[in-house]
Every structure is written in C-alpha cells, then in structure tokens.
Write a protein that binds this ligand. Sequence first.
Ligand code: ZN
Length: 286
Amino acid sequence: MYTIIPVGPVSGSDAFLLTTSTHAALFDTGFAFAAKAMLSSVASHLGGRPLQYILLTHSHYDHVSGSVAVKRRWPEAQVVASAYAAKILAKESARDVIRTMNEHAAREHGVDDYEDLLAELTVDRTVVEGDVVDMGDLQLRVLELPGHTRCSIGFYDEQAKLLLGCETLGVISGPELVMPCCLVDYDSTRQAIARVRSLAVDSLLVPHHGLLEGEECQRFLAAADFWLAETRQRLQAAHGQGKSEEEMLQLLKQQFYTDLTRRCQPEPAFDLNASYIIAQMLKKDA
Ligand SMILES: [Zn+2]
C-alpha cells in the first residue's frame, strides 16, 4: 500500500510525497521560493514520521531547487538522482542557470525574499538503470529514460504496477493531448515511451499533473507516442514548405500552449523549450 500526495504549493513547482507503511519519499522538490510552503505541507502529512528519500527525476530547476531546504529539515533524507544529474548539479555554471530561473519564477509569483540555498545542492546517492530504492512495501526500480534531458529517470514497482514517470513521457496539455518534451533527443524519447508502454502500469505519476489510474495510464502513453510522432511530422512538413522558425514555434504554441500548459510553463520557458524541441524534430537522422 502507498499514498501519493501533491505537495507543490504553486503550479509548476513539481513535488509529490510518496509514503508506504514504513517509508516516505519526496518525488521532486519544486522551486526554491516555494520550498518553505512545501516543507509545511510535507511535515503535516508526515506527522512526525521520518523522510528517507528525495527522489529527483532530472536536473531542471523546477524539480530540484527545493531539495536543499528539505535536506536541512530532514538531514537523514537521501537525495537520489542519476549520475548524470549529479554531475550537472555539481557544476557552478548549472547552478547559476538554476539560480536565475528560480529568480524569474519567484518574481513571476510576486516573491522577492526567499533563502537561496543552491550552493548546497548535492546528490547523496547516484543511481543507474536497474538499481532499487527500498521503500518497504514498494521496491522502486530505476528506469533510465533520457530524451527530455540526458539525466531523466523514472521509477517502477512491478508488484504495485506503479510507474513514477518523468517529463520524457511528455506534459499533459489537455484531454488526449500530450506535449512532446524531447529537448535533447527524439529517438530516445520515442524509445522511452515505447519501453514504458510495454510495462504493466496501473498507476502512473505524471510530473506537473498527478496520478493517473487504470486505463488512463495506457491512454496517456498512447497519446504521448502519437503526439510525439505527429508533431515531428507536422514540423517537418512545415519546414519543407519553407516555414520560418517563428512560424514553427507558433504551430507548437497553437497546439500545445493550452491553459493547462500555461499553468506549469510561463511563455518564455515554453518558447525556449519549443526551440529545443523543434531542433530535435528537424534533425535529419531523427
Ligand atoms: Zn524538465
């Protein structure tokens, strides 16, 4: 048995609390400025129980930035991420980008006083494909799912048929509408989706959305696969007709910049992501 509770206090600040009868883990940790409110929420749900893990799906600022504050509150909690994510997060240049993105996010939410703890950002345990995170009732096996970033991972418990996904699978933008998020590679994104479609999944935690159950899981994955291939086809056709980069951005925006997407991606972030996605989808060998 397990429970999954969203604890991100503002939209876009991705964080879920996963508990079993013996263990608790925070799945992603949201923005730096939102950490304080997130901590209160986590603490009230834990009710004095310890927190064993902080699981990071990838190194993006909206997923990792609250982890230092969590670690200060629960020093025994182990920050778990892929080796590639650990390498990125150790770089001063990457932390500078994360810092700047957090400042933007804070400003957008009208917050200007929060503690910047990013210098302390660390990973305690790096994991690779097949490693297992022991949560008692749940045995979370690490799945390497590169495509959104090279460092993206998911977790799967075979017995519970529970998949904790990552953004490589896409972002839900509407009913049966999943926005592709292949920022670094189209083919590995396609493979990652195919791979998780082949698993038995009864519950699927989708970042920036929440828990899907039953038939919703395979419907989401089918839509993710469809929109990934369909979007590439549309962009390649547009490119073939001599459309400009700006026109292709508008094409993506009309399709995917819905109210749901807007809630977790401010327009500049959408535009930046879209430019990477377009580049991957127009690659000749993709
Ligand atoms: Zn991301």
